[in-house]
Write a protein that binds this ligand. Sequence first.
Ligand code: PMP
Length: 294
Amino acid sequence: YFNEESVVFYNGEFIKATELTTNSYSQSLHYGNGVFEGIRAYQTELGARIFKPYEHYKRLKFGAEVMNIQFDYTEEELTEITYELLERNGLKDAYIRPLITTGQDMSLLTSGETNLIIQCWEWGKYMGDRLLRVKTSQFQRPNPKSCFVEAKVTGHYVNSILSTNEAKKEGYDEALLLDMNGNVAECSGANVFMEKDGKLYTPPRGHIMAGITRSTIIEICKEEGISIEEKHFTLEELKQADACFFTGTAAEVIGLESIDEYQFPLDWKKSHGYQLTKLYKKEVLGQRQKAKAS
Ligand code: PMP
């Protein structure tokens, strides 16, 4: 993720990644009281283009707010810092990881100073390019009455780690998690869509991360006349679907081969999901907007 030359942003300064230190009395380290984001930048003819930075930083600020972490940067300031960080690292195609940590205090009340770290590195498609073999996890997504499921709080990711460890240990690529009511929720780090009889379905907000890729895909579908509905569905219904795919900033759009023992029957290249991998790529590069305008 970094080398001798890598630069990170830390509390108002650009410093060498090798000089960054961790406070061992941080609530983020002990209790998971931190907030983060995952953003991508893409190389275009006009240089690096960060995809939807405002939306990502809005979500970061929402996370800080619900955790009562004092955080005063604006979306515009954060975006500007991020462009400078990319430039200082000589990166155009990059994954960007902002992280807010809380300072020195071992109580269970949010307290201590706030730290902002922004790091970036080159990262290929997080889940690869191959169709995924997915396992339904024994773990459910967190209950929205126990935490703010739409906030990217570091501690929430223990659930993602448990389910990913479980899936990989059993020889699968990724995990699918249900919500507390038994409906399909999402993958450990991505949202889920299924295709049935030419129409797409994705779970509504409530028990899932409100993915920025998810909402981008919904918008693209509406613009391209692909029928899409936000609706709960069960695992049994998913196992009668024609095709299925995950969406996320790190994973982008990635198809599934199977869920548990069930193989999705539709040829991936004939699915809406496949078409959407192409449209999403154009969208992040700013090429769909241009096509629309002309
Ligand atoms: N679900 C979870 C649990 C995630 O961690 C992520 C990644 N932030 C997503 C879905 C996808 O969100 P986005 O498209 O905003 O990256």
